[in-house]
Design a protein around this ligand. Structure first.
Ligand code: HEM
Length: 449
């Protein structure tokens, strides 16, 4: 675990200038229920006590809305949509969006998810045969972006517009996180922080392209996430406007593709260093699905694959921080927290907290086995957030990750070229600092249980 005392960590972040919020976390954060982060202009308080975090994210959620910095960073892209909105606006949006993620809709989304991974296999076979290096990050990003365009719009990523959205998202993601640290350290609460021109340009481009996809979709009769959103009505019977649809669908791209891609990258990386885990995975996949195409029911039966996914989300939660802002001066855990303070809730820190976990840094998927589940810290495991704003795509992500992992693993062995050099950083999601390059080889036969 990389962590330094408070002042060196702040200095390092400024010196490196790479926008990595994880470097800001001091060593004491992994031992204490609450701590401050450095000498910043507005106070930044990290809260890691599960009971306090639970209260902030549930009954007190209206007193601690999403942070102003995050809202400002995302607004040019997704407006005042579900990921950033609050109060009655959020409540209306959440009610309208929930049905798109029902169990029934998820079973419909399964086919397009499977098509995304099946269509990727021929190119992967060619890479394996040629012994080429490939980037795990790009592979997983491409797969999950394809799954999102197919499940949202019934359009594969190969289509020109969908691919242009993907490319523009990459530009947005690379540049947006880098500008947020300085205002966070030196800025006042609710200050106006201008975005860099290239970020704004990427947002305009993405919204134009999403608009084209939304308009083309309106002329077709499909059963997908965009269709559910189009059919949704609020309590007054009003549908989302075209702009609102672009906002909400933008969120699905933003929240729904890089997150799962981050998780898949870390799983493949962790498994490459844990041959015993890999063998158990292969045995379960072989026992449940044999050589058949993996079905929705198979995914539900793959409990060990799911535990490996959960343990990876513990060690490498894709959403590293869930920042909130204190609307009023308040007492939290016996301390006074000033109006405008940033409240940092970090799944990363909570999931590696020494007071909550035995051997917090060890990769141990059996923590999630039924026999040991009662040892899990209550409210201490929150990769999808919690309370009313818990991730709407949680079941979608579980299904997608288990399916993709099972399909990829039973076919290929992934060997990163320099596993010892991998360093995690927090950008929009928890990512490796440099891409993880690997070689893949075709697997002959999966071990059977
Ligand atoms: C492994 C994959 C994923 C992880 C770890 C993840 C994590 C999270 C977390 C932590 C939050 C809450 C953020 C907060 O409270 O500040 C969230 C919210 C959200 N996620 Fe996910 N997510 C994943 C996949 C997805 C997918 C696949 C979708 C949609 C297709 C999605 C859509 C959303 C939306 C719309 C919200 C906002 C919900 C609200 O505020 O009401 N996520 N996600």
């Amino acid at each position: 675990m990389r962590a330094l005392p408070e002042l060196p960590s702040l200095a390092r972040v400024l010196w490196r200038g790479d926008g990595d919020l994880l470097s800001l976390v001091p060593a004491k954060a992994y031992r204490q229920p609450m701590c401050t982060l450095g000498q910043t202009r507005r106070s930044i308080v990290m809260v890691s006590d599960p009971v306090l975090v639970r209260r902030i994210m549930t009954e007190d959620m209206d007193r601690y809305p999403k942070s102003d910095l995050m809202q400002e960073a995302l607004r040019p892209l997704v407006g005042d949509s579900i990921f950033v909105s609050g109060g009655a606006t959020w409540d209306r949006q959440r009610r309208m969006i929930n049905p798109a993620f029902s169990h029934m809709k998820l079973s419909l989304a399964f086919g397009p998810m499977r098509d995304a991974v099946q269509d990727a296999l021929p190119a992967l076979d060619r890479s394996a045969a040629a012994g080429e290096q490939l980037s795990l990050d790009l592979l997983t990003s491409h797969l999950t972006a394809d799954a999102i365009t197919r499940t949202v719009f019934s359009t594969p990523l190969e289509s020109r517009t969908a691919h242009a959205v993907f490319e523009s998202f990459l530009t947005f993601e690379r540049s947006v996180a880098q500008v947020r640290l300085l205002p966070m350290i030196f800025g006042k609460a609710w200050a106006d922080t201008p975005q860099r021109p290239e970020v704004l340009a990427a947002c305009v481009r993405i919204r134009e392209l999403l608009g084209e996809l939304v308009d083309a979709h309106a002329t077709r009769n499909t059963e997908d996430i965009a269709a559910s959103m189009r059919e949704a009505r609020d309590s007054a019977g009003t549908p989302f406007s075209r702009e609102e649809l672009i906002d909400q669908i933008g969120v699905m791209f933003l929240a729904g593709h890089e997150t799962t891609a981050s998780a898949l990258t870390w799983i493949l990386y962790l498994i490459s260093m844990a041959p015993a885990v890999r063998d158990r995975l292969l045995a379960e996949i072989g026992r449940v699905a044999g050589d058949d195409p993996i079905s929705f029911e198979h995914v539900r039966e793959m409990s060990y694959v799911r535990n490996v996914f959960r343990e990876t989300l513990r060690l490498y939660p894709p959403i590293t921080f869930m920042p909130r802002v204190a609307l009023e001066t308040a007492r939290i855990g016996g301390r006074t927290v000033k109006r405008g303070a940033l409240i940092m809730i970090s799944p990363w820190v909570m999931h590696r907290h020494m007071k909550l976990w035995k051997e917090p840094d060890a990769f141990d998927p059996d923590r999630f086995s039924p026999e040991r589940e009662s040892d899990l810290p209550e409210w201490g495991y929150i990769p999808f957030g919690q309370g009313p704003r818990i991730c709407v795509g949680q079941a979608f992500a579980h299904t997608e990750a288990v399916l993709m992992l099972a399909e990829l693993l039973r076919r290929y062995d992934f060997a990163p070229l320099a596993p010892g050099a991998v360093r995690p950083v927090a950008r929009l999601t928890t990512r490796p600092e440099a891409q993880i390059l690997c070689r893949i080889t075709r697997r002959r036969e999966a071990p059977r249980a």
